[in-house]
Design a protein around this ligand. Structure first.
Ligand SMILES: [Zn+2]
Ligand SMILES: [Zn+2]
Ligand SMILES: [Zn+2]
Length: 165
């Protein structure tokens, strides 16, 4: 049940993205016999509130409001779990987290990040990986970990360029 990646489609039914992400997370955790505790699930839901990566500290007020321990270690532990399960990715250049639309398969991250609205879309990293692998091998380098973050302008922000809005 792979999800569509609708990050750059303005006006899409985002509730559908959220519902699908949560449903998929529950299913995967059950299959893997991992516990998607209420705090982990809430953190995942908060990260999925948009396609813009969100920082750990931005999650704290909502956790407190929901009655959870909102101390940073609680959040970091939840984020660690979600990353381990491939449910979220860390975007290093923004020091923030974004939901993964296809967590059922382990993969390298390859992201298009809009510099203006910060919407982030995940690409199929396969072809990029193959090219990087080849170039790395040519200089005798072994890749161990690979996250590709590309910045630019999303279709929505390109449409807005030129106007002052
Ligand atoms: Zn969406
Ligand atoms: Zn992913
Ligand atoms: Zn944008």
């Amino acid at each position: 049940m792979p999800m569509d990646n609708l990050a750059f489609e303005s006006g899409h039914d985002h509730q559908h993205c959220i519902d699908q992400a949560l449903q998929q997370a529950r299913l995967l955790c059950r299959e893997r016999q991992q516990r998607l505790t209420p705090v982990r699930e809430l953190v995942l839901k908060l990260i999925w509130q948009s396609h813009q990566p969100i920082g750990a500290y931005e999650l704290l007020p909502a956790l407190a409001e929901a009655g959870f321990n909102s101390a940073p270690p609680t959040v970091y532990r939840a984020l660690e779990f979600l990353q381990e399960q491939g449910l979220v990715h860390r975007i290093a250049s923004l020091n923030a987290f974004v939901g993964c639309p296809h967590p059922e398969q382990a993969h390298q991250g390859c992201f298009l990040i809009c510099r203006q609205c910060h919407s982030t879309s995940e690409l199929d990293a396969g072809p990029v990986h193959a090219t990087l692998e080849q170039s790395a091998r040519a200089v005798g380098f072994t890749i161990e970990q690979e996250t590709v973050e590309v910045t630019g302008l999303c279709p929505n922000c390109q449409a807005g360029e030129g106007s002052d809005a």
